[in-house]
Design a protein around this ligand. Structure first.
Ligand code: KG4
Ligand code: ZN
Length: 364
């Protein structure tokens, strides 16, 4: 094969020869070490081209007792976790630092103190190993997680709509190419994961309450109670009004019967979930209609929600959608998604300098 390339380069016109390095690169084994530290998960992954060899996530439990992420505690925990997490990721992938082709890391958006830990670590390691450094936008990575090579997982083709739903983000993005993305709708206040978590808190459930609401909702009646849907224009979302109406609803009923929540927990959870899922699906329907795009990919921790998964499947039958949901480990915050994005940038020789900085805000 190498001989063939040599002969080809010798006789090809210059214009064509320029493209040869890319082809060669793709045939090579590219090992990317990826680092994610944008919020409260410290994660490191190793990818061999599009395949994940390891994906280690250290979830910070410390925030549970505060009912939400405490930024200062998050950055301290990242500092403690980052070395062992990277070490474990390399061991699990069964490779050494000298085998690495490049280091990809999340430079934003996220909590600045948390991002700084991963950014400084990645910059130092790349400098020490004299290998390329690749900055990755966390939101792009949630979407590009769909391109991880994985058995039984189909990849969307361009153009498609991506909906990122998590504790930190709620967006609908039109994706025309790997790095050609346009936000066409987003939340104007709380993220959808926050809506789940804050509702759960009102009901006295521990943080993060999203998975618990989902669990109780499965056994409840989604039409038992109704909550108002926000009136937000275009493809944008709003969840803060819903949270307030749930608070007033609970306060009103608890005044009459202090055991109201306990007695009706499953029905309340099912009704809250039904309302949130309807808000998301309504905007997706509108986005699909306006753009004429029927391929829909989701990402972010809330993608685990059974209500949203069922509603998307129903959308396939009702509206002819083709929907894509990545494996759970690649939907929540993880470094494997940073790795695939880093690999796609590596193929384009899109590297960062040592001057790259962490950024709390970073548009896709
Ligand atoms: O992507 P993620 O792990 O972290 C970021 O926020 O970036 O998402 C976490 C969010 C939390 O708000 C959590 O409550 C929510 O995802 N979540 C769920 C479910 N699983 C996780 N919300 C509803 N239903 C679930 N099954
Ligand atoms: Zn995220």
């Amino acid at each position: 094969m190498a001989k063939l390339f040599e002969t080809a380069i010798k006789y090809l016109p210059l214009q064509l020869a320029i493209f040869i390095p890319k082809v060669q690169m793709k045939e090579q084994n590219t090992y990317i070490l990826a680092i994610e530290s944008s919020c409260d998960d410290t994660s490191a992954a190793v990818l061999l081209n599009e395949k994940v060899l390891s994906n280690v996530v250290a979830t910070q439990k410390i925030h549970e007792e505060y009912g939400g992420v405490v930024p200062e505690l998050a950055s301290r925990a990242h500092q403690q976790n980052i070395v062992p997490v990277v070490h474990t990721a390399l061991n699990k992938a069964n490779i050494g630092k000298k085998d690495l082709s490049a280091i990809a890391f999340t430079s934003g958006p996220g909590l600045l103190g948390s991002l700084l830990v991963g950014t400084s670590f990645a910059k130092s390691l790349a400098l020490g190993l004299r290998i390329p450094l690749i900055e990755v936008n966390h939101m792009q990575a949630h979407i590009l997680a769909h391109f991880i090579e994985d058995e039984g997982q189909n990849k969307p083709s361009f153009p498609f709509l991506a909906m990122t739903i998590s504790g930190g983000h709620t967006q609908i993005i039109r994706v025309d190419d790997f790095f050609d993305m346009t936000v066409i709708g987003e939340t104007i206040d709380d993220a959808v994961g926050e809506a789940f978590d804050k509702s759960a808190k009102i009901l006295g459930l521990p943080y993060p309450g999203g998975p618990l609401i989902d669990r109780y909702a499965r056994e409840g009646n989604p039409k038992a109670f109704s909550f108002p849907k926000p009136k937000v224009g275009g493809l944008n979302f709003s969840f803060s009004g819903l949270k307030t109406s749930i608070l007033y609803f609970v306060q009103k009923h608890q005044k009459e019967d202090p055991s109201f929540v306990e007695q009706h927990l499953k029905d309340i959870c099912a009704s809250i979930q039904h309302t949130i899922v309807n808000i998301l699906i309504d905007k997706l329907k509108k986005a699909s209609k306006e753009t004429g795009i029927k391929q829909i990919a989701i990402g972010g921790g809330v993608s685990a929600n059974s209500g949203i998964r069922d509603a998307l499947k129903e959308g396939e039958k009702k509206y002819g959608w083709k929907t894509y949901i990545p494996k759970f480990e690649y939907t929540t915050d993880n470094a494997a998604m940073i790795g695939i994005t880093g690999y796609l940038k590596y193929l384009e020789n899109n590297f960062s300098s040592q001057g790259v900085t962490a950024k709390a805000r970073f548009k896709v």
